[in-house]
Design a protein around this ligand. Structure first.
Ligand SMILES: *[C@@H]1O[C@H](CO)[C@@H](O)[C@H](O)[C@H]1NC(C)=O
Ligand SMILES: *[C@@H]1O[C@H](CO)[C@@H](O)[C@H](O)[C@H]1NC(C)=O
Ligand SMILES: *[C@@H]1O[C@H](CO)[C@@H](O)[C@H](O)[C@H]1NC(C)=O
Ligand SMILES: *[C@@H]1O[C@H](CO)[C@@H](O)[C@H](O)[C@H]1NC(C)=O
Length: 624
């Protein structure tokens, strides 16, 4: 053992938050075996094989036994340690597990230098991110905000490098200069049996866990069963050894032309850019929220149902023009079917989103005012609030409250951010959307059909609570529609029910259909539009969900990030898929109303009907 490592070890034993020995055992909760059975013998054989066979790569998998007595084991050493340190660590883990988890079928041992796992289930190639085990180095960083910022960016960089590693080694280490010219050293590592994507997801999870373990600290460790990250302000790992590893040629399968590397770099650049942009969005969202709280008193008060209300809701055009920097491109948030949306700030500091309607709406000003008046009365926590309007010449503007976060599609379909969307978040979003639509359909006195429900029309506030945007557009554009102007067709392909596409009929059940598509998208993390499934030969998300449902293999449908965190699908997930399928049934009359959807989502005792085939179910695509 070198001097350097000895220092690290002593240091760690002083700082660890856990009062027990340096290594830490976690016993599984998946069940117990009775001692002195074949299972015990198989654990011993597996651990002994891991100890004997682990080689300089620092990774080994072993199994023993058959059938219900089969034990699978994995061992991973920190990439920079020498083989004898690695063996020593595995040996210690073996002894500790025997003491700490004498009857459990599954257990994990974690230590600075190695991770040891065994289970009766398949663990090879499976990402597990729970339970985590954390250390922190107690002293606080001197400039915590800058330190955190530098650390995050640095760990993201290491994460991408580690995930791109080979099937025998997924690790990256390095240093970066933090605040006050202080160096930060980091090391991240995955079990190399994970795919690159799974490694990436695991490390994202580990980075998200930093606040739990070592926020603002000068050093810390996050050990998850499938990956870990370590950082310190001193050189805690063997740099020479890490350098050697970087020169080990990658697996022979990697493309020699370097073309693959090019696209890999591109992907990395894209991921980094997306991550940075989203971080900026989230950070500015938090800042905006804080600022906004101060300006609360300026919000528009209660409405009174009289003619003067329309005047209260009308903003001078010049005010909005100034608020949006004359509709500058810099302020543009997006472009929808009805015009562009701009971010703005009123003189009182209140932030707004302004929709500049495309000029060729043929609706008269009086009718427009009446509609806005009606829509502004709709108030529900799951609807984006319409604050007012502005008119000048041909210009029509709608003024909405500004919602902090990006729209739902930016989260659930994003390769990085979807892993942030755990089941709790998704389930809450589904429930919120359902209540918002129910309010539009039944609770608001005016039966409003949205007609364009889709992921990009669901905005998320700072608490990730959903708010439906763009409702009432169909009312504002009624004239165009009755003229059958196809360029103004309301709705988005992939979310439109067959009766609308074929006969132009729209009812509240059409919204139910779009809601069903949304539910399936939220659970799968995949778009209905342009859906491709590998090997299943099914053309769209709904057919894929339906086919998997019929085969009794619904788990195929669920976003892997949701499957990985626990022991499979929960009843809640199954129920949501079931409800989603009920909503996309071909016959509009068979689809439930939003009232029963809300009831089904909240009451577990209510039995659900058996769904029939979804619309556009294309049997032709499915081999017999
Ligand atoms: C397994 O054994 C442990 C320790 O004896 C006990 O605490 C736990 O409740 C048992 N679990 C099951 C599922 O029997
Ligand atoms: C390790 O796991 C792989 C994949 O399951 C398997 O093919 C291989 O035989 C295992 N190695 C050992 C030594 O058990
Ligand atoms: C670190 O900062 C936290 C607050 O951010 C404070 O409560 C704690 O006492 C500080 N610890 C040390 C060792 O200075
Ligand atoms: C920091 O990393 C660079 C490579 O990025 C390396 O050349 C240098 O030696 C490292 N510094 C220290 C103090 O380890």
């Amino acid at each position: 053992m070198t001097f350097q490592r000895l220092v690290a070890l002593v240091f760690l034993s002083l700082i660890q938050t856990d009062p027990f020995a340096l290594g830490y055992s976690t016993c599984g909760t998946t069940g117990n075996y009775t001692s002195d059975t074949a299972y015990r013998a198989n654990i011993n054989a597996t651990l002994s094989s891991l100890y004997t066979n682990i080689d300089i790569n620092g990774f080994y998998n072993a199994s023993a036994g058959q059938g219900p007595d089969r034990v699978n084991g994995l061992a991973l050493c920190r990439a920079d340690v020498q083989l004898d340190t690695c063996r020593h660590c595995v040996q210690r883990g073996r002894a500790e597990l025997g003491d700490e988890c004498p009857v459990q079928k599954e257990a994990i041992f974690r230590d600075e230098f190695c991770t040891l796992r065994y289970s009766n289930e398949t663990i090879y190639g499976t990402r597990v991110t729970y339970p985590g085990y954390y250390y922190s180095n107690q002293p606080n960083a001197t400039s915590p905000e800058v330190f955190n910022k530098v650390l995050r960016a640095f760990l993201d960089d290491l994460r991408i490098r580690a995930a791109a590693g080979s099937s025998t080694r997924k690790v990256a280490g390095g240093n970066v200069t933090g605040p006050d010219f202080q160096m930060i050293f980091g090391l991240v590592q995955c079990f190399p049996d994970l795919s690159s994507e799974e490694c990436n997801i695991c490390l994202i999870r580990a980075i998200f866990d930093i606040p739990q373990c070592c926020s603002e600290k000068i050093g810390g460790r996050v050990f998850l069963p499938s990956c870990n990250l370590l950082f310190e302000i001193y050189q805690f790992y063997n740099e020479t050894r890490m350098k050697e590893l970087e020169f080990v040629p990658l697996s022979p399968h990697s493309s020699p032309t370097g073309k693959k590397n090019g696209s890999m770099t591109q992907t990395i650049v894209i991921i980094v850019v997306v991550t940075v942009v989203l971080l900026i969005v989230v950070v500015s969202a938090i800042i905006f929220l804080k600022k906004r709280e101060k300006h609360k008193p300026m919000q528009i008060a209660q409405y009174v149902d009289d003619i003067s209300t329309a005047e209260c809701l009308q903003y001078p055009f010049s005010t909005i023009k100034d608020a949006t920097n004359d509709f500058s491109n810099h302020n543009k948030l997006g472009q929808g079917g009805f015009g562009s949306v701009y971010k703005g700030k009123l003189p009182n500091g209140q932030e707004i989103a302004v929709k500049r309607l495309s000029r060729n709406s043929r609706q008269g000003n009086m009718e427009f005012k009446n509609e806005v008046l009606l829509l502004a009365k709709l108030q529900h926590k799951n609807l984006v609030r319409l604050l007012g309007f502005s008119l000048e010449g041909m210009e029509k503007l709608l003024i909405y409250e500004f919602v902090q976060n990006a729209s739902l599609d930016n989260f659930i379909f994003d390769p990085v951010w979807h892993s942030y969307m755990d089941w709790d978040r998704r389930n809450k979003i589904i429930g919120g959307i359902a209540r918002g639509i129910l309010y539009l359909h039944e609770d608001s006195r005016h039966k409003i059909i949205h007609r364009d429900l889709k992921a990009s029309n669901i905005l998320l506030d700072s608490e990730m609570s959903p708010k439906i945007a763009d409702f009432g557009m169909a009312r504002l554009f009624r004239q165009d529609e009755t003229h059958g102007n196809t360029s103004k067709v309301v709705g988005t392909y992939g979310y439109m029910p067959p009766e609308y596409l074929i006969h132009g009929q729209f009812s509240i059940k059409s919204d139910v259909y779009s809601f069903g598509v949304l539910v399936l998208e939220i659970i799968t993390g995949r778009r209905n539009n342009g859906f491709r499934s590998e090997g299943d030969n099914v053309g769209d998300l709904m057919s894929f969900a339906w086919k998997s449902w019929q085969e009794g293999r619904v788990e195929k449908v669920v976003d892997p990030i949701l499957r990985g965190s626990g022991s499979g699908l929960t009843n809640e997930m199954l129920r949501c898929i079931h409800i989603g399928l009920l909503c996309v049934q071909e016959n509009a009359a068979d689809r439930p109303t939003m009232a029963s959807v809300v009831l089904m989502l909240s009451s577990f005792s209510m039995t659900l009907n058996i769904p029939s085939a979804p619309a556009f179910y294309s049997t032709a695509l499915i081999p017999p």
